[in-house]
Write a protein that binds this ligand. Structure first.
Ligand SMILES: NC(=O)c1ccc[n+]([C@@H]2O[C@H](COP(=O)([O-])OP(=O)(O)OC[C@H]3O[C@@H](n4cnc5c(N)ncnc54)[C@H](OP(=O)(O)O)[C@@H]3O)[C@@H](O)[C@H]2O)c1
Length: 250
């Protein structure tokens, strides 16, 4: 591709549909190597360029909440910070808080206390803990100063989204992985859009680490259809993809 094929990408200019009545609008954002890996050396950090990281922060400006699963919290931490005064100002000028709320969903409650989620109070944060967790786990988490919301084990992810919408008045939730949380939400029809950065890299290895995971072998009847909303190429060799997720199967 020649340089003239590349366009300046600015995710602050994106617009989004209104949320459904009963839950927030939900988008997933992931970076993946060309061979389908989303984890290198235990985290996503070796996969995306500085541009990808900038677009990740620009995407966050549109969202009230950034959400992770417990494993991503342990691997990478869960923070909703923008690390950019211009982006914080962008939100404040539109009547939003400087940073989104950070949210984590966990069953084990195994959330390392040294993470910024617990130590940095420049952003609001909330823990969604499955009702399957023992009371002692809940009490220990509560003692760390972040609110703990107990959600029913049978539909923990959906209940967390409902609480975000009704309890915290969140209109848009950005799920930043990992694959298990992504899969659970997609399978339950709770995801509206999927942002995927395709990195010009082969990660290799003998472990799959896909962007979306749910139990069992893939089946034709389980396929979820996507509709391409944009595909932007960059000088980094990355392709930035935005899809909407169809409500039912293929
Ligand atoms: N490439 C990328 O863009 C990207 C983005 C994000 C993450 N990652 C990587 O992905 C890896 C982690 O992904 P993962 O698929 O193993 O895990 P994950 O989706 O981050 O987290 C799974 C965990 O979420 C919690 N959870 C999910 N559903 C739940 C439910 N219904 N009720 C209660 N808790 C629930 C549980 O936490 P507990 O285990 O605490 O009970 C579960 O073990 C990390 O290495 C991370 O660095 C990559």
């Amino acid at each position: 591709m020649s340089q003239s094929d590349w366009v300046e990408i600015d995710y602050t200019t994106l617009s989004f549909p209104e949320p459904p009545a009963d839950r927030p609008f939900v988008a997933i954002n992931m970076v993946m190597s060309a061979d389908g890996r989303t984890v290198v050396d235990g985290t996503e950090r070796g996969l995306g360029s500085k541009l990808d990281q900038r677009l990740m922060r620009e995407l966050r400006v549109h969202f009230d909440v950034v959400m992770n699963g417990g494993a991503t919290f342990r691997a990478s931490g869960t923070s909703a910070r923008l690390n950019d005064p211009d982006l914080e100002r962008w939100r404040v000028e539109r009547g939003m808080t400087p940073a989104p709320i950070a949210a984590v969903l966990t069953r084990s409650g195994d959330l390392p206390p040294e993470r910024r989620f617990f130590t940095d109070h420049s952003f609001y944060a909330v823990i969604y803990l499955s009702s399957a967790a023992p009371g002692a786990v809940r009490r220990e988490l509560e003692s760390r100063g972040r609110p703990v919301i107990v959600v029913p084990e049978e539909d923990a992810a959906e209940a967390a989204l409902t609480h975000l919408r009704k309890g915290l008045v969140a209109r848009r939730v950005l799920v930043e992985g990992g694959a298990m949380l992504n899969g659970e939400l997609i399978r339950q029809g709770l995801v509206d859009e999927f942002f995927l950065t395709l990195a010009p890299r082969i990660a290799g290895g003998d472990t799959a680490y896909p962007a979306v995971l749910w139990p069992g072998a893939p089946t034709a009847s389980g396929i979820r259809q996507l509709k391409l909303l944009h595909a932007k190429t960059a000088e980094t060799g990355e392709v930035f993809l935005r899809y909407s997720v169809e409500r039912s199967g293929a």
